[in-house]
Design a protein around this ligand. Structure first.
Ligand SMILES: [Zn+2]
Length: 103
C-alpha cells in the first residue's frame, strides 16, 4: 500500500510528503505544511515515524499542545507512537474491527 497523500485530523487536511535526503530528522510535523518524512527508511520505521507525526498533528489540531510543554510533548508522542505501532502490529483483528466500527 502506498503512503497516503494526506491525512484528515478533525477539520484540517494535512499533506504527507517525502522530504529530501539531507533531512536531519526522520520526520516533521509543521502545522501549516503537514507531515514530511525522510526518504529511504525501512517500512516499519517509516510507519512508526508517520504515527509519531500524526500524534503531533492530533495534539496541535485539538489544542492538546496548549497544556503540554514541548519536552513532554516529544516524550509523550514518542512513547505513544511506539506503543501504538506495537499494538497495531500485534492485533490486526482489532485494527480491522475498529476500522469497521468507525466508518
Ligand atoms: Zn516529535
Amino acid at each position: 500500500m502506498r503512503l497516503p497523500k494526506y491525512i484528515d485530523v478533525g477539520p484540517t487536511r494535512y499533506p504527507i510528503v517525502k522530504g529530501s535526503k539531507d533531512m536531519e530528522d526522520r520526520g516533521w510535523f509543521i502545522y501549516d505544511k503537514g507531515i514530511v518524512l525522510a526518504p529511504g527508511m525501512l517500512k516499519d520505521m517509516e510507519a512508526e515515524v508517520l504515527l509519531h507525526e500524526v500524534f503531533h498533528a492530533i495534539m496541535y489540531t485539538f489544542n492538546i499542545t496548549d497544556y503540554v510543554k514541548d519536552k513532554l510533548e516529544e516524550k509523550l508522542v514518542t512513547d505513544l507512537s511506539t506503543a501504538l505501532a506495537t499494538v497495531i502490529r500485534q492485533n490486526p483483528k482489532l485494527v480491522k474491527y475498529l476500522q469497521e466500527r468507525l466508518k
